[in-house]
Design a protein around this ligand. Structure first.
Ligand SMILES: Nc1ncnc2c1ncn2[C@@H]1O[C@H](COP(=O)(O)OP(=O)(O)O)[C@@H](O)[C@H]1O
Ligand SMILES: [Mg+2]
Length: 254
């Protein structure tokens, strides 16, 4: 379970989030919606301890572990995984090199090359990307959509239990969006993981069917509800709701 209590986050001395609260239980899918620049990527980067995102108040817990003082590496080792909004390219380091090293670190043992290649090839097939991706430099020279699929290749190999997807829909064409949505659903079912999804795509939410939907506005979550809240926001816009509105929990049914 991930629990965020009364979090205040500053970036370059500017307060981006304040009184931010969120609780995601094991096996739940939560969608975080909000206008551009409201701090959605900030929360995802803060959970993973990206440099420059400073927690000045509150705490983040994963199960019993307090994440505030852990490093990105330590948090990753707990099984928390972020697919960034704009995944960066790492020239000169191939997918295979990175993944074999990471898997060796996780299991603390030798990674069998035959089984590794077989799994990589099967994942490439399910993601509709060529096998040549296995030996390509990470995200290097890949289109926006290919990068997102490449990140999913990493996901399936590393098998994290808590995943944060920051606008995985951006850069995907209609067919790729459907494929990625179904692929994520399959991962969710297989791994019985938890998901925090940040998205502007109602189609993706339709496929993933989130347990809860939250609206981020004015530095905090001002409304939470079920899928009907997402439908209302996509229909009427982010400004249709204010903090004072009593739409919240289970009051979003039409
Ligand atoms: N590394 C950074 N340096 C300076 N400002 C930042 C940085 N990261 C985020 N911000 C600012 O914080 C606010 C929230 O950004 P972000 O979390 O990326 O929003 P969202 O993902 O909801 O579009 C924006 O005003 C953005 O400019
Ligand atoms: Mg963002």
């Amino acid at each position: 379970m991930l629990k965020i209590n009364d979090l205040t986050v500053k970036v370059e001395d500017k307060e981006i989030l304040k009184n931010f609260n969120l609780e995601i239980k094991d096996g739940e899918i939560h969608a975080l919606l909000g206008a551009n620049g409201t701090g959605k990527s900030t929360i995802s980067k803060t959970i993973l301890k990206a440099p420059g995102y400073k927690i000045t108040k509150g705490a983040i817990y994963y199960n019993e572990t307090r994440l505030n003082d852990l490093t990105t590496t330590e948090i990753s080792r707990l099984g928390i995984y972020l697919i960034n909004q704009s995944p960066i390219a790492i020239e000169g380091v191939t997918n295979a090199e990175m993944l074999r090293t990471a898997l060796g670190e996780i299991s603390n043992s030798y990674v069998d090359i035959f089984a590794f290649n077989k799994k990589m090839e099967s994942i490439c097939k399910s993601l509709d990307i060529p096998k040549s991706f296995i030996h390509r430099s990470i995200n290097d020279g890949m289109s926006g959509g290919e990068r997102k699929k490449n990140e999913l290749l990493h996901l399936w190999m590393l098998e994290p239990k808590f995943i944060i997807l920051d606008e995985i829909d951006s850069g995907l064409d209609v067919d790729a969006l459907k494929l990625v949505g179904e692929n994520l659903k399959e991962y969710y079912k297989k791994m019985k993981c938890s998901i925090l999804i940040i998205t502007h795509s109602i189609e993706l939410l339709n496929i993933l069917n989130p347990t809860k939907v939250h609206l981020l506005k004015d530095k905090e979550i001002i409304n939470s509800g079920d899928f009907n809240l997402a439908k209302k926001i996509f229909k009427e816009g982010f400004n249709a709701l204010n903090k004072a509105d009593e739409v919240g929990e289970n009051k979003t049914h039409e």
